[in-house]
Design a protein around this ligand. Structure first.
Ligand code: NAD
Length: 495
């Protein structure tokens, strides 16, 4: 059985807690490994190692940091397959989705390779007689990231690529359900030439997280996970005086206007709703057809469901793998019963799927005539379930989106530029797709939702990532009038 340890100061260690947890293969349902859980003392050791490395790392010239980042980028690129296999083994998603995640994560390393440009300050000459002003950005020190099970490589890369490029030292606490990708990344950092202690990994549960939130030497916390935990992280870490960005859950709507191309919209709903078994914070979970398009759209989605190939993530023909744990699969499936009891119509029940024995499988599910007061709508389901909430008008569809407590992503499908423009302006959501179902921003923009999908001020990665991981400093300089200089300046101004 695979054993996953902590990575502190460039070395693997089991730590001192004596506690560990199981790691499952979701495709078979069997325990495939064990991961050590950190005690507060283990977290202290990781933070101490990061703090000790900070003094040296912050002085490393930007050109050298860039070299290490370029080397890391090449190493990750060279290990896409290996990383993807680890992700599939612990998360369950199909290999193609795992590779896609690594590629999206890589973009953040590529962005961070340009750190000399990203850290450029501003300068104003002669704001007054003999006075100039310039700005610069400084690293925070030791910063920590706490990440979810669903993107074991990409979400850590969202955080640590920029944090380390800016001169900080990083402690990562990955999900205990999918802990091993971070260990491969740690080994690649070492090969890339990153000094020991700049990147550390501690595994575990709320004990490890609690210590990171309270530790006086941790300057900032980046979190991605569910909304209740995000809210707790934000409140606790902010009360401890830390900078915090805590990204939470989602309920992403896909609005389909009557003029949309139905086949294009149905294809998008199927790939964005069932890809990675719906365990994506940007997955479409609510389809909202406006007016008469509802019937044809539901028929078109239903017709595609039977063709989705469900199987182990390692099966090259599989398009959708299992869910992450048995408990999560059962929790997701229970929403079909509550929706039916509430009066919705279950068009496709993923439990009818003939799935491989033992694994945590649930086929694609489609539920029509869902209303906003139903549990299947108000909760984040986080599984392969598309709910259809029909809207009578464009205005009703916008109201539905804006009255939802989440505001992560949203999409509209239409051929009408005016409607798309109005929609973009009116929705209270952080990431908007126009004929794009999963509008995850590229790495040179920033990622983040509104409302209960993000607690904090700055979004993740891209320009906001640079701002989050640095302090700004503005320097105002006065030098005496050159005419009083003791040096012969020797050049009278001619113009
Ligand atoms: P989770 O909130 O259960 O766990 C996230 C992290 O927090 C893990 O490292 C976990 O160990 C830790 N944790 C869990 N409970 C804790 C507690 N009580 N105290 C302290 N730490 C705790 O989330 P998950 O199930 O791993 O991931 C799925 C969730 O993440 C979904 O809600 C999804 O929408 C969300 N997510 C959001 C984004 C985004 O960008 N907004 C991206 C990916 C996932």
């Amino acid at each position: 059985m695979r054993r996953t340890r902590h990575y502190i100061g460039g070395k693997q260690t089991s730590g001192s807690s004596g506690r560990a947890g199981p790691v499952y293969d979701p495709a078979t349902g069997e325990q495939a490994g064990e991961v050590d859980y950190a005690s507060a003392a283990d977290v202290d050791a990781a933070v101490a190692s990061a703090a000790a490395a900070f003094g040296e790392w912050r002085e490393v010239p930007l050109s050298r940091r860039s070299e290490i980042l370029f080397a890391m980028r090449d190493l990750v690129r060279g290990h896409i397959r290996e990383l993807s296999e680890i992700i599939t083994a612990e998360n369950g998603k199909v290999l193609g989705d795992a590779e896609g995640e690594v590629l999206r994560g890589l973009e953040n390393l590529e962005f961070a390779c340009g750190i000399p440009s990203q850290l450029k300050g501003e300068r104003s000459d002669k704001v007054s007689h003999g006075i100039d002003v310039h700005s610069a950005r400084y690293p925070l020190g030791v910063v920590a990231g706490i990440t979810p099970f669903n993107f074991p490589a990409m979400v850590p890369l969202w955080m640590f690529a920029n944090a380390i490029a800016c001169g900080n030292c990083f402690v990562l606490k990955p999900s205990e359900k999918t802990p091993s990708a971070s260990m491969l990344l740690a080994g690649l950092w070492q090969q890339a030439g990153l000094p020991d202690g700049v990147f550390n990994v501690v595994h575990g549960d709320r004990e490890a997280v609690g210590r990171l939130l309270a530790h006086p030497q941790v300057a900032a916390i980046s979190f991605v996970g569910s909304t209740p935990v995000a809210r707790h992280i934000y409140a606790t870490a902010a009360a401890c005086g830390k900078r915090v960005q805590a990204l939470g859950g989602a309920k992403n709507h896909m609005i389909v206007l009557p003029d949309a191309d139905i086949d294009m919209a149905a294809d998008a709903a199927v790939s964005a709703g069932y890809g990675s078994s719906g365990e994506r914070c940007m997955a479409v979970s609510v389809v909202t057809p406006v007016g008469d398009v509802a019937g044809p759209l539901v028929d078109a989605i239903a017709a595609r469901i039977g063709k989705v190939k469900v199987g182990p993530g390692t099966d090259p023909h599989a398009e959708m793998g299992p869910l992450v744990t048995r408990e999560h699969r059962d929790r997701v499936a229970a929403y079909l019963d509550s929706a039916a009891a509430d009066g919705a119509v279950v068009v496709a029940d993923g439990r009818d799927l003939a799935a491989p024995e033992g694994g945590f499988f649930l086929g694609p599910c489609l539920v029509d005539h869902v209303r906003p007061d139903m549990k299947i709508y108000s909760d984040e389901v986080f599984g392969p379930v598309l709910s259809v909430v029909r809207a009578a008008s464009f205005g009703d569809a916008i109201r539905l989106v804006n009255e939802n407590r989440y505001g992560n992503g949203v999409a509209i499908f239409t051929r009408d530029g005016g409607a798309a423009r109005r929609f973009e302006d009116a929705v209270d959501v952080g990431m908007v797709g126009i004929n794009v179902p999963i509008p995850v921003p590229v790495a040179f923009y920033s990622f983040g939702g509104w409302k209960d999908s993000l607690f904090g001020d700055l979004h993740m990665y891209g320009p906001d990532g640079i701002r989050f991981y640095t302090h700004g400093k503005v320097v105002t300089t006065r030098w005496p009038d050159p005419s009083t200089s003791t040096v012969d300046l020797g050049f009278p101004r001619t113009r």
